[in-house]
Unconditional design. Structure first.
Length: 108
């Protein structure tokens, strides 16, 4: 039976990178963490991105940027204002407001 795919958090990847940087062999580190050699090689290849994500405080499992950072920031600002005013927010309301910001190129 094939094993299920595991999603690794940034902290686990950083721990693996630090172990290799201390001089441990990649194969030994992979065995200790329970990762395949290809997983260890991929993490090592992407170490700059992973370490950068750690310094930014990202703990998400995937490291990716938003396509529309200004829209995300506008939505986050609007969301915080609504929550401070104790106004209810639902999925459809969020969608409508995002479409409004996108269509009008508005930034708060």
């Amino acid at each position: 039976m094939a094993s299920k795919r595991k999603a690794l958090c940034v902290d686990q990847k950083v721990a693996l990178i630090r172990a290799i940087e201390k001089g441990e062999k990649k194969s030994d580190v992979g065995k200790r963490f329970g990762f395949s050699p290809s997983t260890v090689a991929t993490i090592w290849k992407n170490k700059d991105k992973i370490l950068h994500a750690e310094t930014e405080g990202s703990s998400c499992k995937k490291i990716r940027k938003s396509k529309f950072e200004d829209l995300d920031q506008a939505m986050l600002t609007w969301f915080h204002k609504q929550r401070c005013n104790n106004l209810p927010i639902s999925g459809p309301v969020l969608k409508t407001k995002a479409e409004h910001f996108a269509l009008n190129n508005l930034v708060l």
